[in-house]
Structure formats: structure tokens, C-alpha cells
Ligand binder design. Sequence first.
Ligand SMILES: Nc1ncnc2c1ncn2[C@@H]1O[C@H](COP(=O)(O)OP(=O)(O)O)[C@@H](O)[C@H]1O
Ligand SMILES: [Mg+2]
Length: 263
Amino acid sequence: MGKTVGIISLKGGVGKTSAVSALGGAIADFGQKVLLIDGNFSAPNLGLHLNIIDPKITLHHVLDRTANLKDAIYESGNLDVMPSSIFERININPLDLKNRIKTLKRKYDVILLDSSPALNEETLAVMLASDELLVVTTPDYPTLSMTLKAVKVAKQRGTQIEGLILNKVHNKNFELSLKDIEKTAEVPVMAVIPHDVNVLRALSEFSPSTIYNPKSKGSIEYKKLAAVLIGQKYKPFKLNNFLRITPKRQEINREILYKRVFK
Ligand SMILES: Nc1ncnc2c1ncn2[C@@H]1O[C@H](COP(=O)(O)OP(=O)(O)O)[C@@H](O)[C@H]1O
Ligand SMILES: [Mg+2]
């Protein structure tokens, strides 16, 4: 039986959809069966990240019961994707999401859910349909405030928050530190993704950044997070490991998550 993992944040542009695509690419690379679902119902763009430009049948049709699940699933490289409709006006109840997709857990090891950037029914639907959540944040106060709100709501709904993905990090001293973010949000950071123009390049090529540029720092972070989510070990050789230099905070957090879930 597979699991659903929601990728959320109550702010746009922080990198949710990019994270869904990158993490999906990384998990599929470990040989797992992965489905990405666009839960950003009113402004969907996961399909556009992965070269699914104008899908005729989508999650919208699945939710209004005019299509079967399998007819709304498209292939993009080693990923399966269920996009949503951008322009068609179809009345749906987002809260049906959990029920409509539950049989897919038998077919897929991991289902990643993209989400809307606002506190609305769409985001609640993704929270309720997710077994676990990852919250995407960037190291600045406006985003952190929204991250706190997302964490609070998710906790109220009782969905397990596995951690934060700290994205678009420039490593400048004006940015909020990982330590401060963890302390304020009371959620561990599971991956630190640098701001990297290659993520934009990957987008222009309709490819997950982890497939387009597998050796970048961000891609390696995503692969390590992917491994932890599916209970595998991924340790690329690094001089740091060899010299036993103190591991980074997110390495420790991932080890704790791995032990909690798989030991
Ligand atoms: N680590 C990163 N470095 C550089 N650009 C990024 C990074 N992550 C995301 N982006 C870019 O930021 C923009 C918004 O990302 P997106 O994933 O669409 O955010 P969201 O889904 O949260 O609205 C996109 O153009 C994307 O390519
Ligand atoms: Mg998005």
C-alpha cells in the first residue's frame, strides 16, 4: 500500500510545484512507482512543468465523475501525472479528493499532491487527502509567517507534518537561519535547496530539476529526502562523510525521520 504526501505552503512562488516535480523525479529514480496529482485546482500548472500542455481529461473530470482515474493519468518520463484543467469551468468539490484517489494507493508507492497557495478548500482537501505533509518555505519573514499558519492548520487537521523544505536559499547573512526557522515553526527542516538558475532551466525543458541536473546540490538534497520518504538509504560519497565532519542539521533530521518511520 502506497502513501500520499502533500506538498503545501500558503504562499505562491515559494517552489511547491517545483518540489513536487523534483521530489517525484528523485523517488521514481529509486525505482518506485510515483504519481503526481495537481491539487491546485483553480490555478493548476503541474502539467506545464512536465510537458502536459492541454490535457483533455483531468482531475476535474475525475472529481465530477465524468471520467475514470486512469483516463486522467499521463506519462512524463518515469512519472505518472494527473493534471487539473486550467481553462475549463467544471464545478467540483475539492473535498472529494481523498475519496476519489484512495484506490490509487494500491497502484503507486508514492502519490505526491501539489496544492494551492491559499488557505481555502483546495488546500484543506490536499491536507485531508495526505498521509503526510511537507511544507515548502523560503528564508524570509513573509514566507515564514505563512509557514507558521500552514503548520498550525495542518496540526489542527491532524495530518502528520514530516518537515520543511527550505527552498531558494542564497546563503546570505540577511536570510533567516535554518535554526531560527526550525525554532519558530517547531518543525524540522528536511532539505535545504539552494536558489539555482538550473531549476528555471529545467522548467523551460519541462523536466524535474533532479532529472535535468542530477548532480546539483539541490538535486542531491531532494534525493536524500526521497530516500528517507521511501525507507531507502542514499549516501553519495562525500569527503565530509569520510573525514567525519559534523553532519548538517538537515542530515540529522532526515536520520531521525528514517528511524521513526522505518525502524
Ligand atoms: N530552488 C530554486 N531556485 C531557483 N528558482 C526556483 C527554485 N525553486 C523554484 N524556483 C522557481 O520559482 C518559480 C515559482 O516556483 P513554483 O514551484 O511554481 O512555486 P509555487 O508552486 O509554490 O507557486 C518558478 O519559476 C520556479 O522555477
Ligand atoms: Mg504551484
